[in-house]
Design a protein. Structure first.
Length: 252
């Protein structure tokens, strides 16, 4: 198999894994779906188009190439693996630290973990293939830049509980804090545009984290960004609606 074909096959697998269809690709490349199918069947993708598709997937061309060469970094854990993290708070803590590129001495120097305990937790993450534990307790991440928790999986459910009980228990007027709440009437097409912009902002958030990863720990702060949009009406308003006036947002 040629290297070009291997990259195209890897691209197809990644598109499928992320639930992206030929329609998504056609929109990203400003082509017809028939043209997209011809591009894939002929394995004739220009670098510009390949870069556009990697942007659609939230990954770099280098990451896609590594996957094509069999150096596959994981983009998600299984349901069982996420549940194992949630069931062991210290393991989840060390996992989040590792994902944010903390070093061994920074973890044990910040949290109430002995060196031996931290090594045991890192060894579990190694078994989960989230990291590779190297000599001298060095940590090598085995996830790609597009790594994300399972939608509505154990980790998202856990953090959703924390968001409701802790994250929003703030006035959002301190240093580094901002919260905006907007409400308007949008058409389905405008809603779709906002969703693409939110996805783009999330990719930029991850890119900035990537650029900052080598800064000293005391110059980096745990930052949580939550973006959402949904057709929604306050329940007290819904109860005042006249019968038969409810609306159903169209499905794709």
């Amino acid at each position: 198999m040629s290297q070009t074909q291997a990259i195209v096959d890897s691209l197809k697998r990644e598109l499928k894994a992320q639930g992206k269809t030929y329609a998504h690709v056609a929109k990203a490349l400003e082509l017809s779906e028939a043209s997209v199918k011809r591009l894939f069947s002929s394995a004739n993708l220009s670098l510009h188009r390949l870069d556009s598709l990697c942007e659609l997937l939230g990954m770099t061309v280098a990451e896609l190439t590594n996957k094509a060469q069999g150096q596959q970094a994981i983009s998600q854990l299984s349901q069982e693996q996420e549940q194992e993290l949630v069931d062991q708070p210290k393991l989840l803590l060390v996992a989040v630290c590792a994902l944010n590129r903390w070093q061994f001495h920074e973890i044990v120097g910040t949290y109430q973990l002995s060196g031996a305990e931290c090594v045991q937790l890192l060894a579990k993450l190694d078994r989960l293939r989230l990291i590779e534990l190297l000599p001298n307790n060095r940590i090598k991440l085995l996830v790609d830049r597009g790594f994300r928790w399972l939608p509505n999986g154990p980790i998202q459910q856990y953090f959703r509980q924390q968001i409701q009980s802790d994250y929003f228990a703030a006035d959002f007027d301190g240093p580094g804090e901002l919260m905006l709440f907007q409400n308007a009437m949008l058409s389905p097409s405008a809603n779709a545009i906002m969703q693409r912009k939110i996805e783009s902002l999330a990719r930029e958030f991850n890119q900035l984290a990537e650029e900052d990863k080598n800064l000293p720990l005391d110059e980096r702060f745990g930052s949580s960004l939550m973006l959402a949009i949904r057709p929604w009406e306050v329940q007290s308003f819904q109860r005042l609606r006249r019968p038969g006036t409810g609306k159903q947002f169209p499905t794709a």
